[in-house]
Design a protein around this ligand. Structure first.
Ligand code: LLP
Length: 414
């Protein structure tokens, strides 16, 4: 996080809060977000694109987060009725929400249209049918963007690459289907078509991939005369030492100049999620078991795992780890940090370097866990989801409480 410092005992302090004190007060596992870091990233996006900077709330969403990005001037991308409900519960005006999804239900569309969401990003002809039926039944006609696939393959994990023609998302540009979709939307009284949307993938480091997509979009949109063009999210963040990514400001500058040189006159929009939230947070765990396997490796087991961070098991994602009590200590020992779930894939850090005095009871932190950790978390093994605290200027504010066993039974009506 931006506001990480080393305290007088060599311990890590974020937003003026000692991480060991937070672990003590709120327990572990715990998500700790540097609130000023979130705000600074949101401001970078807004400085470049105003309210056409949209926060992709799938990365991390709770009411406090929705309020924060709204206060900073971002619009919010909601990909389901559930995300929409949380954003509305945070009193974000519906007009600032953009509803996404490749298979929006009739109910999701009806609720979004009744609430008056700012944009619906239309993804299929079936969705157009549903919108038309709802308008015929009295729903107000929404402003829409059409999501298109530009035929650009972003360099990232195949599960999160979305710009290639073989994709469940959007209307294909190359086959002419996207143009057909534009013609149908233009002709329909049930939709107010204001622009084109494209998202090539996530955890993308190469500005070049976005420029390639913009080039396809420039050609596609030139004859259309539509006021808006959204290039999606996808800006990558470094998770492990050695990785490098452009800042939001650099990314924005590259997009803006690429668009200008391609003669794009539509107002450009972006939709970052990870780049806003990921590096703002660390997860704190407590070490419960240290198991040295002679001649093989040492397993260090913590009190969370794939239920609070499924990214390693899903995508093989790498993370760093350190002990908040001694951030600058030498880390000569290699161990595997694992969770407490009942499978061997439950790995948090495959090859972690840790201090030689790491011991049971230590608080261990994994940085850059602010995006797609809490939001993709689960109750696997009926583990209780961890709480979230926002820290700022020495204050720690609980924004999501730890689950209790009663929460596990809330929906169990048998
Ligand atoms: N816009 C759309 C239409 C998207 O589908 C996404 C992400 C974003 C924006 C935000 O992308 P970002 O800026 O966060 O890269 N669970 C995966 C990431 C999935 C991303 C899905 N869509 C992970 O943990 O890496």
């Amino acid at each position: 996080p931006d506001n990480a410092t080393v305290g007088d005992r060599g311990q890590l302090v974020i937003g003026g809060c000692d991480l060991l004190d937070l672990a003590e007060e709120f327990g572990t596992p715990l998500f700790v977000y540097d609130e000023d870091h979130l705000r600074a990233r949101a401001r970078e996006a807004v400085a470049a694109f105003g309210d056409h900077a949209t926060y992709a709330s799938k990365a991390f969403l709770c009411r406090a987060m929705a309020r924060l990005v709204h206060e900073e001037g971002m619009s919010i991308d909601v990909a389901t009725g559930g995300e929409m409900a949380v954003a509305l519960a945070a009193d974000v005006p519906a007009g600032r929400l953009h509803l996404h999804g490749n298979n929006k239900s009739g109910d999701e569309l009806r609720e979004a249209m009744a609430a008056g969401v700012g944009r619906i990003i239309v993804d299929s002809f079936d969705e157009m049918d549903r919108i038309e039926a709802l308008v015929a039944a009295g729903s107000p006609a929404p402003r829409v963007l059409l999501r298109v696939t530009p035929g650009v393959k972003a360099e990232t994990h195949e599960f999160v690459a979305t710009g290639q023609d073989d994709s469940k998302f959007g209307f294909t540009v190359a086959t002419g289907v996207a143009l057909e979709a534009v013609r149908r939307a233009e002709a329909s009284d049930a939709m107010d078509l204001v622009g084109i949307h494209c998202h090539i993938g996530s955890q993308v480091f190469e500005a070049e991939s976005f420029a390639k997509a913009l080039a396809v979009l420039a050609t596609f949109t030139a004859p259309l005369d539509l006021p808006e063009l959204v290039i999606g999210g996808g800006l990558g963040v470094p998770y492990v030492t050695g990785e490098q990514a452009p800042s939001i400001s650099d990314w924005a500058a590259e997009l803006t100049s690429a668009a200008a040189s391609l003669g794009i006159t539509a107002t450009l929009g972006i939709e970052p999620g990870r780049a806003i939230a990921a590096a703002a947070a660390v997860t704190l765990y407590t070490v419960g078991t240290v198991k040295p396997l002679e001649g093989i490796r040492t397993y260090v087991a913590v009190d969370g795992g794939m239920s609070d961070n499924p990214r390693p098991v899903l995508y093989g994602s790498g993370y760093e780890t350190f002990l908040p009590r001694a951030v600058e200590a030498e880390r000569p020992q290699q161990v595997r940090v694992v969770g407490k779930h009942c499978e061997s894939g439950d790995i948090l850090v495959r090859d972690a370097q840790v201090p030689s005095d790491l011991a049971v009871g230590d608080v261990l932190a994994t940085p850059v866990t602010g995006a797609y950790g809490h939001s993709m978390g689960s109750n696997y093994n009926k583990v209780l989801r961890p709480p979230v605290v926002f820290v700022r200027d020495g204050d720690a504010r609980l924004v999501v409480r730890r689950e209790t066993p009663e929460d596990l039974l809330r929906t169990d009506v048998g």
